[in-house]
Design a binder for this molecule. Structure first.
Ligand code: AMP
Length: 639
């Protein structure tokens, strides 16, 4: 097929995907690499790309160390507790010790951050969350990154990483195509910082038909961070750790501001508190170290996100749904009512529109909540992603191989959803990770580690043919359509996505099976995935837009296969409420207090799985938490 090839050569740092992670990378790369060639390749337009494209109403990761609010150690303890122990503490600490400065920069660049009228400090939504007027959060941050880059290529779907033909396991850039012009783009680069994002829509969503596309994480988050890295043979970690979200029904409006700031709470259909009823049984499943309860949950500590889901899911299964968010009380206060609506207008406008369209006024009616389909990502309350090196001053030998945030492929770095084991980074933490990765990438180049890279014409030609094959395939067979889009020779990307989502849903623990799976189901699912992979060789694209959908689907496929393999490997139920291994319904610290690490051999497609040690580098005692509680009590007493 004739396509125009555009080659961008001699790049030092290629940022593949410019969400919050990628923008942080571009910004910091310019600081450490004044004379380096920095190029950004972004699937959409970086002014409105990534998970923050639609805006945010809160920055969920801010320590407030300058005001004595929290220390980075506190955040590691929080993330560890929320993730049932499973955190890369070196990476989490490293992010937390730098995140505040990123937020201060956002404010300098023009992001309006709300202030507490009493203290003048940033307005807290919760212990870690600060409130912002953030509809334009992404354009503000993108502007700084754009000014840092030599060139920005918008509308480029990056499909594969290029590999060095001279040295195995060394990255050499990336390839992709322009989703508007159909041109083939080749980026030859010494390093790649992958910020391409997590995965929505790999499990069958609750929203189907006319509602398809209304999902919690961005629908354009196609697991490309994982697809690109897995395809290049990088090791992955914690890919079983998918997340299920409690959300306002059908609009997926987030609940954080409601729970934490508006002090709303949940009840079952009978108007009863239900969570605590499930905790005694749950405590037996996960053990007292994770849920210490005698009848009631007595600890002041927040309950892990997955365990709150568990109570929700079981209460509904017991026939006492729907679960309502009790808003009517708080919404009588006109200020809180305004905050409640603005919260959605600034970041999930669809929820506000849905309520308006369906006559739901949370002042007079308590809206329904639901639990979402699972998502695979690494920056909210979950830690899927690549197995990355940590910082040299903190990381034990198993976590360190030379350069911070570098994957097991040399020269390949990650940020945001791409890095595994670092939950609760959110937007600010993802940007910070990008900064850390870029600093390390500059050092990698200065150390001469990117010298002597060879990219053969053959590799470039082969990738080009592979990328555009679905369009060729379509042209060859389009006249053999039987009816509608049914064609004996090909499947279109929508059909392929439906098939993938059904397989993930039914065999890997999606909504229709109430998040339940077991070894037998997983093995059947994996067998079906192999056949699906073969059939996906027959994907056809009638235009460039469908070609985009094909490659998004292929990235989602690689992500999904990895989730299957990891879920099969971890023989326990570590996160009840995210998913259940029906054949191992208990958390098993004797055998599984470890991180899971996988590698897919790019040549054979075979997986190898291993256990990696889980080091706890931060102690238990949280002095700031005690202090914080004292402060809150003193403030309440004053009121
Ligand atoms: P969300 O709005 O659900 O995305 O959550 C925003 C922030 O609030 C995240 O840091 C969550 O972990 C936190 N969060 C949400 N709900 C709760 C809750 N019920 N208790 C404690 N933290 C919560």
């Amino acid at each position: 097929m004739a396509y125009k090839t555009i080659i961008e050569d001699d790049i030092d740092i290629l940022v593949a995907g410019a969400g919050l992670g990628g923008t942080g990378a571009a910004w910091e790369a310019r600081f450490w690499g004044k004379d380096k060639k920095i190029v950004i390749a972004e699937k959409a337009n970086m002014d409105r790309s990534g998970a923050v494209a639609q805006g945010l109403y809160a920055i969920n990761c801010y320590m407030g160390t300058r005001w004595g609010e929290n220390n980075p150690e506190d955040h590691v303890r929080y993330a560890r507790m929320d993730l049932m122990g499973m955190v890369r503490e070196d990476l989490a600490f490293d992010m937390a010790r730098h995140v505040d400065s990123a937020v201060h920069q956002f404010e300098e660049w023009g992001l309006p951050i709300m202030k507490d009228p009493d203290t003048g400090n940033y307005m807290r939504e919760g212990r870690w969350q600060i409130m912002i007027h953030g509809e334009s959060y992404k354009p503000i941050v993108a502007e700084a990154a754009k000014k840092s880059a030599d060139k920005v290529f918008n509308r480029i779907c990056v499909t594969h990483l290029l590999m060095d033909d001279a040295q195995e396991d060394r990255v050499a850039g990336a390839v992709g195509f322009n989703v508007r012009t159909g041109d083939y783009h080749v980026f030859k680069s010494k390093t790649v910082i992958c910020g391409a994002g997590g995965a929505s829509n790999i499990f069958k969503p609750r929203s189907v038909g006319e509602g398809a596309g209304r999902v919690w994480y961005a629908p354009w988050s196609s697991g490309s961070a994982y697809g690109l890295m897995i395809g290049a043979g990088a090791k992955m970690t914690q890919m079983e750790n998918r997340i299920v979200l409690a959300r306002f029904k059908d609009g997926y409006g987030p609940v954080g501001a409601y729970f934490l700031h508006l002090k709303t709470y949940t009840q079952n259909c009978n108007g009863e508190e239900y969570e605590s009823k499930w905790f005694p049984e749950l405590s037996k499943m996960v053990g007292k170290a994770y849920l210490d309860t005698e009848g009631q949950h007595v600890s002041h500590k927040p309950i892990p996100t997955c365990l709150r889901n568990h109570a929700f899911i079981n209460e509904v299964a017991a026939g006492r749904g729907p679960i309502h968010m009790i808003t009517m009380h708080s919404f009588q206060d006109p200020h809180l009512e305004e905050v409640g609506w603005e919260n959605f207008l600034g970041m999930t406008v669809g929820q506000a529109v849905l309520w308006a369209a369906t006559d739901v006024d949370p002042k007079y009616e308590n809206p329904e909540l639901t639990t979402s389909e699972p998502y695979v990502m690494g920056s909210h309350a979950t830690g899927c992603g690549g197995w990355a090196s940590g910082p040299e001053d903190l990381s034990p030998p198993e976590y360190f191989w030379g350069y911070n945030r570098m994957m097991t492929v040399h020269g390949l770095f990650g940020a945001g959803d791409a890095v595994g084991g670092t939950p609760h980074a959110f937007s600010s933490g993802s940007f910070t990770e990008g900064r850390l990765a870029a600093k390390a990438a500059c050092k990698y180049i200065d150390d001469g580690k990117g010298d002597g890279i060879v990219v053969s014409d053959e590799q470039i030609r082969n990738r080009g043919e592979q990328i555009f094959h679905p369009m060729e395939h379509y042209k060859l067979y389009r006249n053999e359509i039987v009816a509608g889009d049914v064609n004996p020779h090909y499947i279109n990307p929508r059909q392929g996505l439906d098939r993938l989502q059904k397989c993930m849903d039914e065999y890997c623990g999606g909504v229709t099976v109430n998040y339940m799976t077991n070894e037998k189901l997983l093995n059947i699912g994996l067998k079906k995935m192999k056949i699906m992979e073969e059939d996906f060789e027959s994907l056809a694209a009638k235009d460039v837009h469908e070609l985009l959908r094909v490659w998004e689907l292929k990235h989602r496929f690689l992500t999904s296969e990895s989730v299957f393999q990891h879920t099969l490997f971890r023989k326990e139920t570590r996160w009840p409420g995210y998913y259940y291994r029906g054949d191992h319904m208990k958390l098993d610290d004797d055998n599984w207090h470890v991180l899971t690490v996988s590698r897919r051999d790019p040549k054979t497609g075979e997986y190898t799985m291993e256990k990696a040690p889980l080091y706890h580098l931060v102690g238990e005692k949280d002095e700031m938490e005690d202090k914080g509680l004292k402060d809150i009590k003193a403030k309440e007493a004053k009121k």
